[in-house]
Design a binder for this molecule. Structure first.
Ligand code: GLU
Length: 445
């Protein structure tokens, strides 16, 4: 890391003790930014990095709710409004027992650069709760969402902060959150949340967008080697919204996706994953991959272990942070891997990224490769602002243009800074410069 940035890093780490995922995300970005500060001394003089690493506002609140038996539970709610240089804070809500401030801040920090790369007018934020939705009834989920919004509503708004989904928050939760926001504020403010249902202000393609976008980014990387998805053997981690649509898109382009995973293990399906069955099991029935294996002849379920043991030419990590470590990366490389595109946020550890880069693997970091979701959220905001709704074809076309644009910006920035093919450098610098310029233009705030 550039020595001028080390002191800033040390202050950030000391000021945010115990937040190891946030530290990881900050270090990963700082490692790319040395050359930018050679060209832009004004960023150092303006203390842009110091300001960027300190969220504009952090909200932590109590979320009390009752289960179906009438028992009272208390969870913790978060919203970190990280940076509004480019637009209202924008980013999802994650409901998962692992959520604490360090996770929300890593996600919010990444979101700043990701959102900048989309070229859309959105700042960066993230929120969530340590609430565990697994095994909860619809009524329990609704009561939790209503309690969560009863505090959150005062901090958000279409011009202020626009939450959406993330792990554990999908269309059902956005519906309950939107209903409660409307009830409290007496405003039908469509643009306050994205990921809404199609009949009440949502955008077509939003559910597919993150997974589709990840595959589009990977396709652009493959083109540089004269390759395409046709004939690739793809391994995916996760089996939620991002994974399902990444699998569907990769297979529509001629790949065979042979594996995907959940927290209990993974399935191998040599014939290519049956997306309709996977979606039925995971999205409709909210079941497990063991249910998929039981109903799909020729597939098998492997309990425990790592999906990265499965041989593939393209890997799409679409589960969660730090799910792919250095050993898993080395195994994938020795099994003939060509490309990795991250559908999840920070799924590869820093040592995994080094292994991929040293082996010359095409590597698309999450803040670029998974930006299609939030980009389509911005398209949803655009439709809401104009009280319009676009066709699937038009919206998908816009998503494709945005993803190709992100790829081109990452590739061009990497070239410009003497690191051709290094999309980590391209994404970090490309996102950072845009935000830094806007911050300086807006004065010391
Ligand atoms: N949670 C998604 C992400 O990580 C989407 C956020 C949004 O649509 O606002 O980018």
């Amino acid at each position: 890391m550039d020595s001028r940035l080390e002191a800033v890093r040390d202050t950030v780490l000391a000021r945010n003790p115990g937040e190891k995922e946030f530290h990881q995300a900050v270090i990963e970005v700082f490692e790319s930014l040395g050359p930018v500060h050679d060209r832009h001394p004004e960023f150092l003089e303006g203390a842009v990095l110091e300001r960027l690493c300190e969220p504009e506002r952090q909200i932590i609140f109590r979320v009390p709710w009752t289960d179906d038996a009438g028992r009272v539970h208390v969870n913790r709610g978060f919203r970190v409004e990280f940076n509004s240089a480019l637009g209202p804070y924008k980013g999802g809500l994650r409901f998962h027992p692992s959520v604490y401030l360090g996770i929300v801040k890593f996600l919010g920090f990444e979101q700043i650069f990701k959102n900048a790369l989309t070229g859309m007018p959105i700042g960066g934020g993230k929120g969530g709760s340590d609430f565990d939705p697994r095994g909860r009834s619809d009524a329990e989920i609704m009561r939790f969402c209503q309690s969560f919004m009863t505090e959150l509503y005062r901090h958000i708004g279409e011009y202020t902060d626009v939450p959406a989904g993330d792990i554990g928050v999908g269309g059902r939760e956005i519906g309950y959150l939107f209903g409660q926001y409307k009830r409290i504020t007496n405003r039908y403010e469509s643009g306050v949340l994205t990921g809404k249902g199609i009949s009440w202000g949502g955008s077509l393609v939003r559910p597919e967008a993150t997974g589709y976008g990840t595959v589009i980014f990977a396709q652009e990387m493959l083109k540089t080697r004269g390759l395409s998805f046709d004939g690739q053997r793809v391994v995916v981690s996760g089996s939620g919204n991002v994974a399902i649509h990444a699998i569907a898109k990769a297979q529509s382009l001629g790949a065979t996706v042979v594996a995907c995973s959940d927290s209990a293990g993974y399935i191998v399906d040599e014939a290519g994953i049956d997306v309709a069955l996977l979606s039925q099991v995971k999205e409709v029935e909210r079941g497990r991959l063991t249910d998929y294996a039981a109903r799909r002849p020729g597939s098998n379920h492997v309990a425990g272990d790592s999906v990265w043991d499965v041989t593939g030419t393209v890997a799409l990590p679409c589960a969660t942070q730090n799910e792919l470590d250095g050993d898993a990366a080395a195994k994938l490389v020795s099994n003939g891997l060509i490309a990795v595109a991250e559908g999840a946020n920070m799924p590869s550890t820093r040592s995994a990224v080094s292994v991929f880069q040293e082996a010359g693997i095409l590597f698309g970091p999450g803040k670029a490769a998974n930006a299609g979701g939030v980009a389509t959220s911005a398209l949803e905001m655009q439709q809401n602002a104009s009280r319009d709704s676009w066709s699937f074809e038009h919206t998908e076309q816009r998503l494709t243009e945005i993803m190709v644009g992100i790829y081109d910006r990452c590739a061009a920035t990497a070239d410009e800074y003497g690191a051709p093919g290094n999309y980590v450098v391209g994404a970090n610098i490309g996102g950072f410069v845009k935000v830094a310029d806007a911050m300086l233009a807006q004065g010391l705030i």
